[in-house]
Design a protein around this ligand. Structure first.
Ligand code: NAD
Length: 506
């Protein structure tokens, strides 16, 4: 639920970025940005008006006229400078992120770092945006391709990675010659705005990057706007599906990376200690608010007996504010998120799953009003239970059993989501079968959260993704560009007698 209130005066307001200037919104609708560990109001963020969205798009459209012709080297050097600025401000960025989002400071640095890797990749755009050429496709004829920018592109991002995911989008869109309108999550826009300030400091010209804030109405305006050519979305399946259909209907390219229910399969031959550590970290890190969290464990055969050890490991994790050193599990993003997760735990009990570890209402001295839920583990979980069928997006691990790897693969492929999965084993043959037969975008072999580095692209299968090209990496160069194929002949040879030809040949 959005907390709407009157225009703010006492706390800082989050600005819009239009035409190179950070401007105060004229909106009458604002929302508090709240520290999830303390409930302190950190800032207020506007829900931009329709005119402000139009102004941001118009500024991006105008800037595209010159930006599209800016030499590759000039574009690349901005991102070289940008990556340096992000490194220099890492500590500041992480502390803003932790204050508004809740994750631990080291994890916040990881959030910034995984975005920084995309910025580094954008600095190599000269090697990435190359066309192809075929010589002599017919007598005296060559064919080549140009990868040209599309125009104004837009990005809509979720709350859980407020540094990494905006950095998945605008650096590569801009490096390929497009201009951009970003709509960050209204729940934690402050670190995104600091990153945007640094991008301007690195040299991104006026109007090339614009930011509007808001929720449903602003997102719908982006989907409908005739001057926006492509939309990148990351967030829930419900909203992403809406964005995909609405923006596609308006003739745009759309890529939507969406919800998840990631299964980690444990075979009995897996390295026990490493696997249990990996499971606990991947299920409860970031309070389970990762689209790649290992939220579901499938213990095969004898591995079913590992549950008490897993519970013991989970009990050692420290629940506290993300700003406190030694914290393993920070708060959930909002009170509403905490209530939702507690509701799922209640439903698991009610539907007959075994509550091995109950993380509800943990004692967090000094942060009594924080949105905390501690590590929670259910065993005896089955399809049909809400805790299995739905994405909980909290520190809740649900455990199922399987008699064989085949049974585990069948279970995963029957789940609607296909974002990430992992197999823990020491058998190469089992690992190979898993990677061949599993219908999931990101596959880890003894790697619990297999998010690809930007030499590759993030992907997803089935309900976790709509659109055929992924964010960042090679695929996004194709997403943010239009391939133009040029076939050319130069008549420098009088012996070539082409004449009138009414057939299809060259
Ligand atoms: P969300 O879908 O609620 O919000 C995402 C964006 O959509 C935000 O910018 C928000 O303002 C906007 N939005 C919210 N409601 C809207 C509506 N009714 N109409 C139009 N726009 C709307 O997602 P969230 O809660 O911020 O993020 C968590 C979700 O994102 C989880 O489902 C998680 O799995 C998913 N996620 C997926 C990936 C991935 O790469 N697959 C990565 C991160 C997060």
């Amino acid at each position: 639920m959005n907390k709407l209130s009157g225009v703010a005066t006492e706390v800082a307001s989050v600005k819009l970025l239009i035409g190179g200037a950070f401007v105060e919104s004229t909106s009458t609708q604002w929302r508090d940005v709240v520290n999830p560990a303390t409930q302190d109001v950190l800032a207020r963020v506007p829900f931009a008006t329709a005119n402000e969205v139009d102004a941001a798009v118009a500024s991006a459209k105008e800037a595209f006229r010159t930006w599209r012709k800016t030499p590759i080297g000039v574009r690349a050097r901005i991102f070289l400078k940008y990556q340096q600025l992000i490194r220099e401000h890492m500590g500041e960025l992480a502390s803003i992120l932790t204050a508004e989002q809740g994750k631990t400071l080291p994890d916040a640095e990881g959030d910034v770092f995984r975005g920084l890797e995309v910025v580094e990749h954008a600095a190599g755009i000269g090697n990435l945006q190359l066309g192809e050429l075929a010589n002599n496709v017919a007598g005296g004829v060559d064919t080549y391709t140009l990868l040209q920018p599309l125009g104004v592109c837009a990005g809509i991002t979720p709350f859980n990675f407020p540094a990494m995911i905006p950095l998945w989008m605008f650096p590569m869109a801009i490096a390929t010659g497009n201009t951009f309108v970003l709509k960050p999550s209204e729940q934690d826009p402050m670190v995104t705005m600091r990153l945007v300030e640094l991008a301007l400091e690195a040299g991104i010209p006026k109007g090339v990057l614009n930011v509007v804030h808001g929720g449903e109405e602003v997102v719908n305006a982006i989907c409908d706007h005739p001057d926006i050519k492509a939309v990148s979305f990351v967030g829930s399946t419900k909203v992403g599906t809406h964005v995909y259909h609405r923006a596609s209907q308006a003739g745009k390219r759309v890529q939507c990376m969406m919800g998840a229910k990631n299964h980690a399969v444990v075979l009995p031959d897996a390295n026990r200690e490493q696997t249990l550590n990996a499971l606990a970290g991947a299920a409860f890190g970031a309070a389970g608010q990762r689209c790649m969290a290992a939220s579901t464990a499938v213990l095969v055969g004898e591995a079913r007996s590992w549950i008490p050890e897993l519970v013991a490991k989970a009990k050692t994790l420290r629940v506290n504010a993300g700003s406190e050193s030694g914290t393993d599990v920070g708060p959930l993003i909002s009170r509403a998120a905490r209530e939702r997760v507690e509701g799922y735990i209640a439903s698991g009990v009610q539907q007959g799953a075994i509550l091995e570890l109950d993380g509800r209402s943990p004692n967090v001295p000094g942060y009594e009003s924080g949105n905390f839920v501690g590590p929670t583990i259910f065993s005896g979980v089955k399809p049909g239970m809400r805790i299995y069928d739905e994405e909980i997006f909290g520190p809740v691990l649900v455990i199922l059993g399987a008699d064989s790897l085949d049974e585990a693969i069948e279970l995963i492929n029957a789940n609607p989501n296909g974002n990430g999965t992992a197999l823990f084993t020491q058998s190469g043959a089992a690992a190979r079968r898993f990677q061949e037969d599993i219908d999931v975008g990101q596959v880890g072999i003894n790697v619990p959260i297999p998010v690809p580095v930007p030499l590759f692209s993030f992907t997803g299968s089935r309900a976790s993704k709509l659109g055929d090209l992924g964010p960042y990496g090679k695929q996004v160069v194709l997403f943010y560009t239009q391939t133009k194929t040029v076939t050319q002949r130069w008549f420098d040879d009088d012996t070539l007698h082409v004449g009138v030809n009414t057939t299809i040949s060259l």
